[in-house]
Design a binder for this molecule. Structure first.
Ligand code: ATP
Length: 589
């Protein structure tokens, strides 16, 4: 669990600021603007920095929140407190509609898509009569509690910063959870997360809606702060600026959003106030200087200022080892399970004219280690992808425990008890080893986003982390548990992937080149671990180029060449098979 005291200290400082004698009112206005901007940036942290979905369109969601309360409270006299849930709801619903078309986009189409609807909604706000067209809506009532009317910047300050602090707490809670790990895994692509049961479209939609709701909250507060709204602050330029705020502060960090908002709001204000004086009234130069300063900041700290600052702090948070005595229930295994775990029957995969897997058949029995070998490009990884649902077969059948897998997606295949590692390691480098491995236990937990935000997931979370810690210790990386996965050697990262796959409590483990990059002793330890797993009832199918390792370990070997199975048998038989020597072993000898 993360330390909460920095948040408490920050809350006390924020609460004390308005009471500092001689505090200029204008500074309070600046702090109000920083808080409003920080709320939007916090959503962008989750969306862009954590989830990897770049959005230029967040200002439009601020507009939905602001206009909803403006219309209802100014035109229909609805209490501002009643319009709060409605503002959040309208922003959230707008995100559902826009998200359905946007989050499916990939690469540069996604940011362009957000820019397109950001521009479109700005024009919509300025054309609709009931929103007051370009003039907007004025006469918005202030927020009030009993007889206290939040008319001046010094009183609404408390509402704005309470919203910032509560949102920061909820967002940190969300990120530090089962759902948060699924969201954080998205940035490295969807294949690894989906292999452990994460539905990435659902996770993407969740962050999209969450970011929009935070922007809507900012809009609701903004409307009652300025007491008038018009389309200008909700256009594409504002959308780009919000993204700047998040990136400058540190797009992967909740507090980066707050820091970025402070930097950008203060910098803009200082430049607008003092640059014209210095340059004798030359207009618009502040925009250019503002741009140059921001780019310089990004050169200094490319991942944002928050990580740059925290890396220089004299103290580091101390991570606690999970209590490994807490147990997750094991997978229920049928007493009379069939001896054939996996049956690959005439599987074929074509990519256009390339036949990557050519009518290949083999099986994996219970408590057996089978190796799939062959030269580069023989179709081994493609076979793994067919078995795990990453790719649909062109023809043929794959069945697990007698049940046809058909075209099941990876999320369904892992539920059958098949887990895997990847030829090209797919860990999230800036998540700890423990957090990466805990993604493997995703399907064994059940807490959702809301319960995580309110910390109702702790019992579930403790079990998942305990399981992850146990598997990390099992593979011999207990000392590295709290290190970032990206700081480990490539060989160790492969072992972390094995621990993640073990968290599924699989019946069949698919390992793609697990020994690549390992030193001799590490290979021996890996071999011992795999034998121990087999003795415990697990089966292993592995792709490996280290023939010494394979021959020592495997019960049976299947050899592929140009997508076709050319041999199958015990290591002794394969070693002396002339066709295998000609196609592969001769070359590796
Ligand atoms: N998505 C794809 N589109 C087109 N061709 C592909 C695709 N994936 C794999 N191939 C081709 O299919 C063939 C088999 O590739 P695969 O990666 O399965 O081989 P491999 O045995 O795992 O090789 P290596 O040992 O080098 O990893 C290769 O010719 C490869 O170029």
């Amino acid at each position: 669990m993360r330390e909460r005291w920095p948040l408490i200290v920050f809350a006390v400082i924020v609460a004390a600021i308005p009471f500092i004698p001689g505090m200029p009112p204008f500074w309070i206005v600046l702090l109000d603007n920083i808080g409003l901007s920080a709320l939007v940036a916090m959503g962008l942290v989750l969306l862009t920095g954590v989830g990897g979905l770049t959005s230029f369109g967040q200002a439009a969601f601020v507009g939905f929140g602001a206009y909803t309360t403006a219309v209802l409270s100014a035109n229909y006299g609805v209490s501002p407190w009643l319009t709060l849930p409605l503002s959040l709801l309208v922003s959230g619903l707008a995100a559902v509609l826009l998200g359905l078309v946007t989050v499916r986009l990939s690469g540069h189409y996604l940011p362009l898509g957000t820019l397109a609807w950001g521009l479109g909604l700005f024009y919509l706000f300025s054309k609709l009569a009931f929103l007051g067209r370009n003039d907007g809506i004025s006469g918005i009532p202030p927020l009030s509690i009993g007889s206290l009317r939040m008319l001046d910047p010094g009183t609404i300050y408390f509402a704005i910063w309470a919203a910032v602090l509560v949102s920061a707490l909820l967002t940190m809670n969300l990120l530090d959870s089962r759902t948060g790990r699924a969201i954080r895994a998205l940035r490295r692509g969807h294949i690894a997360a989906e292999a452990f049961g994460v539905y990435s479209p659902r996770a993407k939609m969740l962050v999209f809606i969450y970011a929009a709701v935070l922007a809507g909250l900012s809009g609701w507060l903004y409307a009652h702060f300025t007491r008038a709204v018009n389309p200008t602050p909700f256009g594409a330029q504002a959308g780009i600026e919000y993204l700047f705020v998040a990136v400058v502060g540190g797009a992967g960090y909740v507090w980066g959003g707050v820091l970025g908002a402070a930097i950008v709001v203060i910098l803009k204000e200082v430049l607008q106030s003092y640059l014209p004086l210095l340059l004798h009234g030359e207009g618009q130069l502040e925009t250019i200087v503002f741009g140059i300063l921001l780019v310089t900041l990004l050169q200094l700290a490319p991942t944002g200022l928050w990580p740059w600052l925290t890396a220089r702090l004299p103290f580091k948070p101390v991570a606690k080892k999970p209590d490994t005595t807490i147990k997750l229930p094991a997978r229920i295994r049928a007493a009379s399970a069939p001896s054939v775990l996996l049956q690959v029957d005439n599987a074929r995969k074509q990519f256009g004219g390339v036949v990557a897997v050519n009518n290949v058949s083999f099986d994996v029995q219970a408590r057996e280690i089978v190796a799939l070998i062959g030269p580069n490009g023989a179709g081994k990884s493609t076979t793994f992808n067919l078995i795990t649902g990453v790719l649909p077969p062109t023809s043929g059948n794959i069945s697990v425990l007698g049940k046809a897998v058909g075209n099941a997606p990876p999320q369904d295949v892992v539920k059958l008890g098949i887990s895997r590692t990847f030829q090209h390691v797919k860990l999230v480098p800036d998540m700890t080893v423990l957090e990466n491995v805990a993604i493997g236990a995703h399907l064994r937990g059940h807490s959702g986003a809301i319960s995580s935000m309110f910390r109702l997931d702790r019992a579930d979370e403790a079990k998942l982390l305990a399981e992850a810690a146990r598997q990390i210790e099992r593979v011999g990386l207990g000392d590295q548990m709290h290190q970032f996965a990206g700081s480990l050697s490539l060989g160790q990262q492969r072992i972390v992937e094995i621990a993640r796959a073990l968290c599924v409590d699989p019946m069949l483990l698919l390992l793609d080149e697990p020994a690549a990059g390992l030193r001799h002793m590490e290979k021996q330890r890996l071999g011992a671990l795999l034998r121990e797993l087999r003795a415990g009832g697990m089966s292993v199918l592995l792709v490996e180029h280290d023939m010494g390792f394979v021959m020592d370990l495997a019960d049976r070997i299947v050899v592929l060449d140009f997508g076709t199975k050319i041999a199958e048998g015990t290591p002794a038989a394969i070693k002396t098979n002339p066709e295998v020597i000609k196609a592969y072993l001769g070359a590796t000898a």
